[in-house]
Design a protein around this ligand. Structure first.
Ligand code: CS2
Length: 484
């Protein structure tokens, strides 16, 4: 049977078990512009906004895809509606109507400029992943990044999100409009501060007066975003078609748990997201650190160690007592002590809850998905923790293991000529191919990556020795996991 497609007109055909938008979506000029309409954004922030629109219709989202036009092409024919499956003991299905449209910046720069310069746009949100920020190892803008080199020359048609934000501010200042608030929703330490610095640095290189204006007028709150979002797979597509009785060209899925904490500092109107479960707070730092170190860190540890042993998903790796025992000790004994106790944040309970989420049998979260972009993720997820433990004079044998496992992962992928998904893929493949299995030499090859390892760590003899030991020990992963 040829089923019809999800669309505004077909919403009335949905069975009662499928929740649909409680608002007349697309009716108002969007108050939010979002860069990076990938699965995480569509499953997380857009779901909050979908709830918000029932109370306050000013906050529809105009999404902008920087590179690919895939999401636009998939959702245009269904009036920008799509399905979100909440995967837990009791799965739920809902249709999200928060998007007012998706524009591909490559095809239609004029629309992106118009959106950023619209008086109705008050907030710009981003999910562009770690690599989208184009940062140098010192945390400032990487002016040798090809996208930034391009955006330093071209103003009207930038390619990086940093270039687009600068262009948006330029247009607003020229039109006498107030600056907007920019909310980074990526897993970076102090994401708002990093973003602000990168935007101001690019603006200063182009027009110092504009940079001063951005510094004075714009706001870049820090955030913590959290919800486990496995990539869309065939099982999800089949489940959604079945639940809807309609086709959806690109549904998304996530666990039921979701958290969004935003620093309460806005340049203009603040969307009342607190009415729909978002926390506004004066200081996001404690939440952000706990999440990056106690969730994302162990996630990457499971990915690289689990893949080395032959596991496929997070739940599979957690079902292996050797792996879950190791990860539990890593969280309790090595990571948690680097976090400052904060009222309202019980670190032991937080860690327990994270491990429960990792065990969720209702989702198949591929370890290979988490293993992407290791060069970008590991510095935020582990290197800060390692530096703190070195400063405290404690052992780091467990903490270096995920890094050593990443090195093995790269070595193995290169040997097999398999794709490495990482902005440094070419360099990593070269290093992987040069590895011979002699721990000291292989580790040195990786430590030469100055975009990943800061000089203070590279020159630390305890770090180097522990990592070399861990790399050699991982030749027999089960033995080393059990011993630590
Ligand atoms: C994961 C994250 O893919 C990854 O690297 O660690 O996407 C993780 O699932 C989210 O941050 C959870 O909020």
């Amino acid at each position: 049977m040829n089923r019809s497609q999800l669309s505004r007109q077909n919403l009335s055909l949905l069975p009662a078990s499928v929740r649909r938008p409680h608002h007349d979506h697309g009716r108002h000029a969007p108050g939010l512009v979002h860069f990076g309409p990938g699965a995480f954004f569509r499953a997380h922030q857009a779901a909050y906004v979908d709830d918000l629109l029932a109370h306050d219709p000013r906050w529809g989202i105009a999404a902008v895809a920087l590179r690919s036009s895939g999401v636009r092409d998939a959702l245009a024919a269904q009036d920008w509606l799509y399905t979100l499956a909440l995967m837990d003991e009791q799965p739920q299905t809902r249709v999200i109507g928060a998007l007012a449209g998706v524009t591909s910046a490559r095809d239609d720069a004029a629309t992106v400029r118009a959106l950023l310069a619209a008086p109705t746009t008050h907030v710009v949100t981003l999910t562009v992943t770690e690599k989208g920020y184009c940062l140098a190892p010192d945390g400032g803008l990487d002016t040798r990044h090809p996208d930034i080199e391009h955006d330093l020359q071209s103003t009207a048609e930038p390619v990086s999100v940093i270039g687009w934000l600068v262009e948006g501010f330029r247009l607003r200042r020229a039109a006498g409009l107030p600056a907007f608030t920019v909310i980074s929703c990526d897993n970076l330490v102090a994401n708002g501060h990093k973003l602000r610095r990168a935007v101001v640095e690019l603006a200063r290189a182009k027009d110092p007066a504009l940079a001063d204006w951005i510094e004075g007028e714009a706001r870049f709150p820090c955030t913590m975003v959290d919800s486990i979002t496995p990539a869309t797979d065939d099982a999800l597509r089949a489940r959604v078609t079945n639940a809807l009785g309609l086709e959806d060209a690109w549904p998304v899925q996530r666990e039921a748990f979701s958290q969004w904490v935003i620093e309460d500092c806005f340049a203009g109107p603040r969307p009342p997201l607190d009415q729909v479960g978002v926390t506004f707070t004066a200081d996001v730092g404690a939440y952000e650190r706990a999440k990056l170190r106690l969730l994302n860190g162990p996630h990457s540890a499971l990915a690289y160690i689990g893949l080395l042993i032959g596991h496929e998903t997070v739940a599979d790796a957690m079902a292996d007592p050797m792996v879950s025992g190791f990860v539990t000790r890593l969280m309790r004994e090595d990571i948690a002590p680097t976090l400052t106790p904060t009222p309202g944040l019980d670190l032991e309970a937080y860690g327990e809850a994270v491990r429960r989420r990792f065990r969720n049998p209702a989702i198949r979260h591929m370890l290979s998905q988490i293993a992407w972009d290791g060069s970008q993720k590991l510095p935020y997820r582990f290197l800060g923790t390692i530096q703190d433990r070195l400063a405290a004079g404690t052992l780091i044998d467990r903490l270096v293991l995920p890094i050593a496992a990443w090195m093995h992962f790269i070595r193995r992928r290169s040997r097999e000529n398999a794709t490495i998904v990482d902005p440094l893929a070419e360099r990593l493949a070269g290093i992987g191919r040069a590895c011979t299995g002699t721990a000291r030499e292989d580790v040195d090859r990786f430590l030469a990556l100055d975009a990943v390892f800061p000089p203070g760590l590279v020159s630390n003899t305890r770090f180097r020795a522990a990592l070399t030991w861990g790399y050699a020990a991982l030749e027999v992963p089960q033995a080393v996991l059990g011993s630590l």
